[in-house]
Write a protein that binds this ligand. Structure first.
Ligand code: PMP
Length: 431
């Protein structure tokens, strides 16, 4: 049995201070049935809570930790940056260094702007697309999550799905009416929507590899359809690669599926664990952004020197070794192959999905291709599996509507231990 006494006490106090005791909903574990481990430290692939339990971490801060926790080079870059001051609110060389590297990795990005969170990136990308096109409406896909900007909290995934709040109170009807939604992977529904109102649509925003309804991959030809239809109607196609960027492949989902979007949003990994995200894309669209253009967007801490330092060092680490990401992907494949075998042995009906270094397990006998099929999978079985894994020292995302992440710091032994634990957990899942 796990000992979480200190975490339980810390959580009780936190609940008097913060809504639900947390600063981001999914951390609260309240569909799981145990207190969330409060974290004391993390190093490499290990994360340790305040009760002293050590786990193999597959959350990786929900994606950013691609080189493992507290990588010595990232720590050194941060220490050196901190001695030069924490923020100036003025241009620095390192912002251009990071921007240049991001552009090299993502050739579809001609110009970009650094912001502080994925939410800001998608919100700002949409504003730029609206400013550029002079249109109001946008399209998003049911179960995709693009942060908590008002116009994107409509039929949203991730925590919004976990807590049964895909449409949030507080988003006005006026705002929500400009967000049209359609099922992910439903080619006919998308074509029909674009036929009906494509010329009024400023932007189509999509997680090209969806990670916020669990991990759901695009079906063959689907992203090309989005590209073709948006091109036809002069609609801006935004690939939200905040989560899948760099880690499904170094050059992102757009490189895997050979699609050039008009705009891309990035986050998580480009900050190396500090609050950084970016939006960018075609020069003619980005030049609409202030002060080059009229679309206003700003940030006191945008391009913060500590955050840039962590991001730059992280991107250097994953590009210096040209096989860095591919090796982590190969490790992830060993893991997901092992999970499939373990489930088969335990007689658990699951769908194990992988894209690069991302993976998730659905307790479903039928293929999961969209939000409806993800939602229909067995949440109780997932909860039992999750708790068994946690007890065995495997720290997974605590919801069926989330994805797990492998880093370059996960060892072969970590992977083998995880598969071994899953053999027990899949039996536990059967109840
Ligand atoms: N877009 C995607 C695809 C995401 O997965 C997330 C967060 N998980 C966001 C945007 C929002 O990012 P943030 O939490 O940094 O605001």
């Amino acid at each position: 049995m796990l000992h979480l006494e200190k975490s339980a006490a810390a959580f009780a106090e936190a609940q008097t201070l913060m809504p639900g005791g947390v600063n981001s909903p999914v951390r609260s574990y309240n569909r799981i049935g145990c207190p969330p481990p409060f974290i004391a430290w993390a190093k490499g692939s290990t994360i340790c809570d305040i009760d002293g339990n050590q786990y193999i971490d597959y959350v990786g801060s929900w994606g950013p930790i691609i080189v493992g926790h507290a990588h010595p080079r990232v720590v050194k870059a941060l220490q050196e940056a901190a001695t030069r001051g924490t923020s100036y609110g003025a241009p620095t060389l390192i912002e251009s260094q990071l921007a240049k590297l991001v552009k090299e990795i993502y050739p579809s990005i001609e110009k970009l702007r650094m912001v502080n969170s994925g939410t800001e990136a998608t919100m700002s990308a949409i504003r730029a697309a609206r400013g550029y096109t002079g249109r109001d409406k946008i399209v998003k896909f049911i179960g995709c999550y693009h942060g908590h900007g008002d116009s994107l909290l409509v039929k949203a995934g991730s925590g919004a799905a976990t807590f049964g709040q895909p449409d949030s109170p507080g988003v006005t009807a006026g705002t929500a009416k400009d967000t049209l939604t359609v099922a992910y992977n439903d080619a006919d529904a998308f074509r029909e929507l674009m036929d009906r109102c494509g010329d009024d649509i400023a932007a189509v925003i999509v997680e090209p590899i969806a990670g916020n309804m669990g991990l759901v991959l695009p079906e063959e030809g689907y992203l090309q359809l989005l590209r073709d239809e948006t091109q036809k109607h002069g609609t801006v196609l935004i690939f939200d690669e905040v989560m899948c960027g760099f880690r499904t492949a170094l050059h992102g989902a757009q490189s895997i599926y050979h699609i050039v979007p008009d705009m891309t949003t990035l986050g998580k990994i480009i900050g190396g664990g500090l609050p950084v995200a970016a939006y960018g894309g075609r020069k003619d669209i980005m030049d609409c952004v202030s002060p080059a253009g009229q679309v206003y967007q700003a940030g006191t801490l945008s391009g913060n020197p500590l955050a840039m330092a962590a991001g730059l060092e992280t991107l250097r680490l994953i590009t210096e070794d040209p096989d860095y990401i591919e090796k982590a992907c190969a490790k992830t494949k060993i893991l997901t192959d092992g999970l499939k075998d373990a489930a088969a042995q335990a007689g658990a009906a699951v769908q194990v999905h992988r894209a690069g270094t991302m993976f998730s397990v659905f307790f479903s006998a039928v293929p999961v291709t969209n939000y409806a099929t993800s939602e229909a999978s067995d949440q109780d079985a997932f909860r039992r599996y999750f708790l068994s894994m946690l007890e065995q020292g495997i720290y997974l995302a605590p919801s069926q509507f989330e994805t797990n992440f492998v880093s370059g710091a996960h060892s072969d032994e970590d992977i083998a231990r995880t598969v071994k634990a899953a053999e027990t957990a899949f039996r536990a899942a059967r109840g």
